[in-house]
Every structure is written in structure tokens, then in C-alpha cells.
Design a protein around this ligand. Structure first.
Ligand code: NAD
Length: 453
């Protein structure tokens, strides 16, 4: 067993993390440490992704602080055993559910929101009383280093350890057998995580990706839809797991919508986004090359320019792409938005259903029947009506995918549930014993039992 897993197991077994007061104190320490390092966080995000300060706060740190505040407020109540009803057949008994931390949790994070997607699961796992090994992404090295520095400034390694490196580091830890693993990343790597975890029956939460559609119906407020779609697609240069991947817009309003979106892109990013100091870059050369290759042979309605020096790609709208092309088959994960059209709702629904279940779906419409139809007839992780992305920031709702886009969910109380085993205990009086259930069985007793139950 690697030293760190052994050390964390020993520390967990001291029972220190079981005390809610201890957990709250650690979360408060973590909050202070993050605040103390916020300048370095902004700097690291700038280095790795050229994230502007506003986006670094609004889409990374704000979620971390909100999750910390939620946990500090609610962990004591969550940790309390909950009494539940007991059937009459077990009278003079009481039943409780105890939320038991799993033990040592492995958290594997991606590079696109490297602060939020490392700290938010970490906060849930600690609030639930676990020790944690965190493996940030090697693709955002500056942020990975600052995460390690923050953690080491407040926690001993036997409580929280940061292990830097590539996928081989996570695989080695998983192979040793941790008590729980939360992985955020691609569906492809997710499968490999689940395969390795299956060897030790380690339970997993998989937060994956996929192609998240936006349906725009003909009765939509076009101006608002254009602003909200452009914002959700191009924030972080489209490198967002729940970003709109493609637009499926009603034929009648297509021209008006794309024209408005084009105006909005100019309004938000100016006439030359690739030279804008606040426009995020693509994470690395490999992804830059992958994305620019997706544009080959397409009909570009807006944008399309890129700069290999700064690894930036303009917000780009592609019209009527070949549905068999990679652009329409693979998750885009960059600032390219293909637009296709539909005439009947059924066409849009069938198209979405012909693909893997998406992580998110967005619907723009005023029509309540349509809203209800999409909510009940299309399977997806979560989503929003008349907006994009924002469902993810409500910690009263679970965040997770379904099918190819993930297994399990977290955020707020769902994180506490994810990182705890609900241990069911029935406690019986030993003052007397009713012999009804013991052999030898008789028909009379069976009849009494059937009546009773
Ligand atoms: P990735 O799957 O390549 O890597 C994610 C993490 O896994 C990294 O820490 C990486 O080092 C590690 N890793 C890579 N290969 C591994 C292997 N073979 N075994 C074990 N660990 C391995 O993903 P990424 O490129 O960092 O992120 C992009 C993907 O993540 C996109 O598909 C996106 O949709 C998805 N994503 C999902 C969410 C969500 O919350 N559902 C959030 C962000 C990103």
C-alpha cells in the first residue's frame, strides 16, 4: 500500500474526523487559507488558461466559498443520526440511520475549472468526515501547484494530501484501493477509472462530459436567448463541461437568432477577441490543434480566426455542419458552436436521443407544454430553461450526469450523501423476547404473523 493511503487510514481510524466540530473547524481553516492565497489563485488561472479575474471569481472561487458556507452551516445536522419509523413487527425497537464517512477518498480533478472542481468535491468529502487525497490536473500546472501549497499550509498529509502528476498517479492510487473515488473528466477516462475501481469494489462518482444541446423554439425572446447562449458557450472559451455543445434551432427563427448572436459576440468580445487581454486561451497545443481541425471544411457564419502563438480561437458559429463529422460526433469543448435546425419538436428530440445522454440540456421557449414535454421525455443530467449553465451554481440541486455523462451527483447536501455510507441500525430492547419468529414453525403462528404484518 502506498505510504499516503496507509497514513490516511491510520489517521481516519483515530476517529478525529468523526466529530462535526472538528470538521467545521477544518472547513473554516480551509476557507481562510483560500482567502489568504486568492491573489496566487488568480495568477495561476491567468497562467494556465488566461482566465480573467471576473471569471476566476464568478466561476471558480464563488462556488468554493458558497459550498464552504453551506457545509459549515449544515454539517452538524447532517452528521446527527436520523431516527426513522420501525414496523410494528419490531415493537420496542428504534431505527436510526448513521451517516458514516467512507474513510479515504480519492478526488481526481480536470483542468478546465481547476479550482472549483478540486475544492468543491474536497469540501464535501471533508464535511462528511473523510480524509482526502486530491489529484489535480497536470494540464493546469500553475493551479495544481497553488492547490498543493494551500492544502499544505493548513492540513497534515495524513488528513488531506495533494498528489500531483498525470493519469498514472491516479491509477496507482486507485489500484491500491481507496474507500471512495470521485472523478471529474472525460467519459473515456471515466471508463478506465471504473474498470480499475471495480478490482477493489471501490465505489465511484463519475462526473463526465458529452454533447449538451440547446433547443431554441420559435416563440423565444431572441435577444435574451442570444445573450444567454453566447455567454454560456464562450465563457472560459467554451472549455466548460456543461457548455452548450450545439444549437438546434427552429427553422423559422434561425436567421434572426444567429444574426443577434453575432452582434452579441461583438458586444461581449470586441471585433478581435483573439487579441483581447481578457479572452481565455485553449489549454494546450494539442487541444488547439484538435479544435482548429474541427473547423476544416465547415461553413463559418461568425469568427473562425485563431492565433497559434497565444492558443486563442475566436468565438465561432458554424452553420449546418455535416452530422457525421467529428464536430457533431465528439464533445467540442472549445469556442465553436455548430447550428442545426428543426421544424417539428419530434425531430429535435429524436436527434438528441440518437446521441449519448447529455450532461446538460437547455431549452429556450415560453411554451409550457413544450417545457413539460422536454423535461419528461428527454434524458439528461440537468439543465436550464431560458438560460444556460446556471443550474450548476444552485447547491440545493444535485449536479451530475446520466448514462455516458456520469454516475452519481454532488453539491450541497448531495455531496454529504455522496461521501457518506448511510448505515442503518435497528436497536431492540432486550427486556423480553417474543418467540413468534423462531422454529419450530406452525401454521397458527404463520397466520398470526400474516395478519399482524
Ligand atoms: P481527462 O479525463 O483527460 O482528465 C481528468 C483527470 O484524470 C486529470 O486529473 C488527469 O490527470 C486524470 N487522468 C487522465 N488519464 C487518466 C487515466 N488513464 N487514469 C486515471 N486518471 C487519468 O479530462 P480533462 O481533459 O481534464 O477534462 C475534460 C473533460 O472533462 C471533458 O470531457 C469535460 O466535459 C469533462 N468535465 C466534466 C465535468 C463535470 O462536472 N461533469 C467538469 C469538467 C470537465
Amino acid at each position: 500500500m502506498t505510504v499516503i493511503i496507509h497514513q490516511q487510514r491510520q489517521y481516519f481510524n483515530t476517529g478525529e474526523t468523526l466529530d462535526p466540530s472538528y470538521r467545521i473547524a477544518q472547513l473554516k481553516k480551509l476557507k481562510q487559507a483560500i482567502k489568504d492565497h486568492d491573489y496566487f489563485i488568480y495568477d495561476a488561472l491567468r497562467k494556465d488558461l488566461n482566465k480573467p479575474l471576473f471569471e476566476s471569481y464568478a466561476t471558480e472561487l464563488a462556488s468554493v466559498y458558497s459550498e464552504l458556507d453551506y457545509m459549515i452551516k449544515h454539517v452538524r445536522n447532517f452528521a446527527r443520526p436520523k431516527r426513522v419509523g420501525t414496523s410494528l413487527a419490531h415493537f420496542y425497537s428504534k431505527s436510526h440511520i448513521h451517516q458514516e464517512p467512507y474513510g479515504t477518498v480519492l478526488i481526481i480533478a480536470p483542468w478546465n475549472y481547476p479550482i472549483q472542481l478540486s475544492f468543491v468535491p474536497l469540501i464535501g468529502a471533508l464535511a462528511a468526515g473523510n480524509t482526502v487525497i486530491l489529484k489535480p490536473s497536470e494540464m493546469a500546472p500553475a493551479t495544481s501547484h497553488i492547490i498543493k501549497a494551500i492544502i499544505e499550509s493548513v492540513f497534515p498529509r495524513e488528513y488531506v494530501a495533494v498528489e500531483e502528476g498525470d493519469g498514472s498517479v491516479s491509477q496507482a492510487l486507485l489500484q491500491e484501493g481507496v474507500d471512495y473515488c470521485l472523478f471529474t473528466g472525460s467519459s473515456q477516462v471515466g471508463k478506465s477509472i471504473m474498470e480499475t475501481a471495480s478490482q477493489s469494489l471501490t465505489p465511484v462518482t463519475l462526473e463526465l462530459g458529452g454533447k449538451s444541446p440547446v433547443i431554441v423554439a420559435p416563440d423565444t425572446n431572441i435577444k435574451h436567448a442570444a445573450q444567454r447562449i453566447v455567454w454560456g458557450k464562450f465563457v472560459n472559451a467554451g472549455q466548460t463541461c456543461i457548455a452548450p455543445d450545439y444549437l438546434i434551432v427552429h427553422e423559422d427563427i434561425k436567421d434572426e437568432l444567429i444574426q443577434k448572436m453575432s452582434e452579441v459576440i461583438h458586444e461581449f468580445y470586441g471585433m478581435s477577441p483573439v487579441t483581447q487581454p481578457d479572452y481565455p486561451r485553449i489549454i494546450n497545443q494539442k487541444h488547439f490543434d484538435r479544435l482548429t481541425a474541427l473547423l476544416e471544411g465547415t461553413t463559418i457564419y461568425h469568427g473562425g480566426k485563431s492565433d497559434p502563438e497565444t492558443l486563442t480561437i475566436e468565438p465561432t458559429i458554424v452553420l449546418d455542419p455535416d452530422l457525421d463529422s467529428e464536430l457533431m460526433q465528439e464533445e467540442i469543448f472549445g469556442p465553436i458552436l455548430p447550428v442545426i435546425t428543426y421544424q417539428e419538436t419530434g425531430e429535435a428530440v429524436n436527434f438528441i436521443r440518437s446521441k449519448e445522454k447529455p450532461l446538460a440540456l437547455y431549452l429556450f421557449t415560453q411554451n409550457n407544454t413544450l417545457k413539460k414535454y422536454i423535461k419528461t421525455h428527454v434524458s439528461f443530467g440537468g439543465g436550464a430553461i431560458n438560460d444556460t449553465l446556471i443550474h450548476q451554481s444552485n447547491h440545493n440541486m444535485p449536479f451530475g450526469g446520466v448514462g455516458n455523462s456520469g454516475i452519481g451527483a454532488y453539491h450541497g447536501k448531495y455531496s454529504l450523501e455522496t461521501f457518506s455510507h448511510p448505515k442503518a441500525i435497528l436497536e431492540k430492547t432486550d427486556a423480553f423476547d417474543i418467540k413468534l419468529r423462531y422454529p419450530p414453525y406452525t401454521d397458527t403462528i404463520l397466520k398470526v404473523l400474516q395478519k399482524f404484518l
